[in-house]
Design a protein around this ligand. Sequence first.
Ligand SMILES: Cc1cc2nc3c(=O)[nH]c(=O)nc-3n(C[C@H](O)[C@H](O)[C@H](O)COP(=O)(O)O)c2cc1C
Length: 331
Amino acid sequence: MTSWSDSPVRHATRLSVAPMMDWTDRHCRVFHRQISRNALLYTEMVTAPAVIHGKRALLLDYSPAEHPVALQLGGSDPAELAEATRIAADWGYDEINLNCGCPSDRVQSGAFGAVLMKSPDLVARCVEAMQAASPVEVTVKCRIGVDDDIPEQRLPGFIDTVAAAGVRRFTIHARKAWLQGLSPKDNREIPPLDYELVHAMKAARPDLHLSLNGGVTSLDEAEAHLARGLDGVMIGRAAYHEPMNALGAADARIWGQGAEADPFTVAEAMKPYIAAHLAAGGRLHQITRHMLGLFHGRPGARGWRRVLSEGATRDGAGLALYDQALAQVKA
Ligand SMILES: Cc1cc2nc3c(=O)[nH]c(=O)nc-3n(C[C@H](O)[C@H](O)[C@H](O)COP(=O)(O)O)c2cc1C
């Protein structure tokens, strides 16, 4: 396995965009990459059986521009996860991440996701098998606990057991998951955030690379967590809904590169990608549905959203409609 010091994603880990099912598909990632050249981008979760038995190109293909890009796997069978990791690493992903934080019913029935926090020994076996199969770093995304866990006990025990199996980098969604009675959406909002516990973990385990996730809505907040000593911050919903607020100044402020991204430049930069997608038989909406928040907070933002949401699903919708939407914000 690649050691941490020469990991190809090392520079990118200070800010990442969270894995989000149905949202962070390849088109969304190409869009986010136009806003930040450096942030680490995560795929949606893909289950290990899907990687092994499903339509691999559909599940795993991505554009070279997306690097550094991490694939998130779901699963709890070490051999299956190892096989899926081998396949994904061959596909060129820069990191393979194991989902130990997703509370949805479907995932619970497969005994993976957040329920794995109750079985750290099993997670250790999973990541050992994945690491043996992977030339790139294997990481873990988890919660601070599940159900009636006491997070101050659950989290350190989980992290220590998984770290003893060789994982150096964790992203911690700073709230518990409740496996019964809460929808996945409620599970991202109702269990209270406990940032202090994540900071305490970093203080107690300074050798581990720990990223905080959950409820971070701006780059200012992300930078405040980094300044307090965390190694990385992962932003989910805010990066999707208000991408310029979350990511627009990241290259300049976090990596000291260039000026703040400009949404018009981003919109222009997407055109060749959109044209290629349309030429290959794809639909405009598949890309622009992820871009509705690009002009959030600017005059004309509603018009941009309206023209795209009403028109981009229509047959034949293409760059002419895209320009019409852009005219709403340029006016
Ligand atoms: C639509 C949606 C889909 C999600 N899918 C996944 C997923 O596939 N894997 C995962 O680990 N977390 C998933 N999450 C959780 C996010 O990665 C993140 O942990 C959570 O949204 C908290 O971060 P935020 O407050 O910055 O959004 C999803 C969240 C949303 C909103």
